[in-house]
Design a protein around this ligand. Structure first.
Ligand code: SAM
Ligand code: SF4
Ligand code: SF4
Length: 380
């Protein structure tokens, strides 16, 4: 009695088929959720596959030879992705981030970037389009990505020490190739380049200072290194709080070697707290998702590889947009842009996710008892 029945799009993660309002009103370029947060940032996972097996994201024991990744027919096509992105932009999204899995594994990704680069905000402005990559294929692809319209890039790099790096990616991938990828990105003019390091206490925390020194000495202020607290995403990485090194400790360790001064956030909803080197050697960021939640400003939605929309990194339920993109309305006709945009509006207006703020509390609606979505499936 009183039970809500949620149709499942498939069994990988629960997803509701979005409701389409009968009186669709056109998007006005601004949507706010129940906590007053606007929708500004869409992260698009273009593949659930990856050539690395970072233990904090895709541990080898789970994502092994027998693991069934999504078949190609499940993925949204470039045309579908561009259509969805366009509808989000009409609702106020100004930033698109391509992620995964490893986005550079998606064939012809530069074609998608070209399509996305042609979109404009309701004010006629181009979008801020970026991509997060492990850098393994960056040397080969940087020029084509830049040419297609990509402006900047974020490269994940957890260690400078080759042995530690190989251990963390768990496929014995050499750090030198990622560094060559970063060089290629710099040469092609992708800027600013951000480098993300996930810090795991006892695994790579001794790499904080060497990596900072490398970025300062070799790249200078045009490259921003950011330290991310190891998060309890998904259900497979065996996360433990004692492996989280709080950002405050990262800042303390760096400050002891390279004195730091705090900087203002550059935009509302920015995830990183910014610091600059007092000697003018550039800036760093820390992303304190565990010790200092920033849900209050969270303006991000995430689209999974197969077109499910997630409103929080820690969600266990999505909204199955693919069914709207490929299915038909009651009259047998395909859903129109107006109808899908109206459905998106309804989804965001009802959002109240704030997992990190509530982490540790036994609050209802946090997906406890349900399997949380994996990071490689919705992207970081
Ligand atoms: N494969 C690409 C890469 O690694 O850059 C893009 C996808 S990856 C899921 C996106 C970001 O999420 C990466 O910077 C990665 O380090 C981060 N990430 C993955 N698992 C994480 C975890 N448990 N805690 C914190 N960050 C994590
Ligand atoms: Fe792959 Fe990125 Fe996850 Fe590492 S963090 S396993 S590179 S998707
Ligand atoms: Fe946003 Fe969810 Fe992360 Fe909070 S926990 S910042 S709501 S993605």
């Amino acid at each position: 009695m009183g039970e809500t029945i949620i149709p499942l799009a498939d069994l990988r993660y629960a997803a509701e088929i979005p409701r389409v309002p009968t009186n669709a009103t056109a998007p006005v370029g601004l949507l706010t959720d129940l906590l007053g947060r606007p929708l500004r940032d869409l992260r698009i996972s273009v593949t659930d596959r990856c050539n690395f097996r970072c233990s904090y994201c895709m541990p080898k024991e789970v994502f092994d030879r027998d693991y069934r990744f999504l078949p190609h027919s499940s993925l949204l096509s470039f045309e579908e992705l561009t259509r969805v992105a366009r509808l989000f932009v009409a609702h106020g999204v100004v930033k698109l981030r391509l992620t995964g899995g490893e986005p550079l594994l998606r064939k012809d990704l530069e074609v998608l970037i070209g399509q996305l680069a042609s979109l404009r905000t309701p004010q006629g402005q181009p979008l801020d389009i970026t991509l997060t990559t492990n850098g393994a294929l960056l040397e080969r692809k940087a020029a084509a990505l830049r040419e297609a319209g990509l402006r900047r890039v974020t490269v994940s790099l957890d260690a400078l020490d080759d042995a530690i790096f190989r251990r963390m990616n768990d496929v014995d991938f050499p750090v030198a190739e990622v560094l060559r990828g970063i060089d290629a990105a710099r040469r092609t003019g992708l800027a600013p380049i951000k480098i993300n390091m996930v810090v795991k206490r006892g695994t790579n925390d001794d790499q904080i200072v060497p990596l900072a020194r490398h970025v300062r000495d070799q790249y200078g202020p045009g490259v921003v290194l950011r330290f991310i607290e190891y998060m309890d995403v998904g259900a497979t990485n065996g996360w433990r709080m004692d492996e989280v090194l709080p950002s405050a400790d990262v800042v303390k360790r760096l400050d002891a070697v390279f004195p730091l001064e705090p900087l203002q956030a550059s935009s509302p909803g920015e995830t990183a707290q910014r610091w600059r080197y007092a000697d003018g050697g550039g800036e760093i960021g820390v992303i304190s998702s565990v010790t200092q939640a920033f849900c209050r400003d969270c303006n991000r939605a995430r689209l999974s590889t197969e077109g499910k929309l997630f409103l929080c990194l820690f969600a266990s339920r999505g909204h199955d947009l693919r069914t709207l993109l490929r299915g038909t309305a009651g009259d047998g006709r395909p859903w129109t842009d107006e109808q899908i945009a109206a459905a998106l509006g309804l989804i965001w207006r009802e959002r109240e996710d704030r997992y990190s703020e509530l982490r540790g509390q036994r609050a209802p609606g946090l997906g406890q008892g349900e399997r949380r979505v994996e990071m490689h499936y919705i992207g970081g």
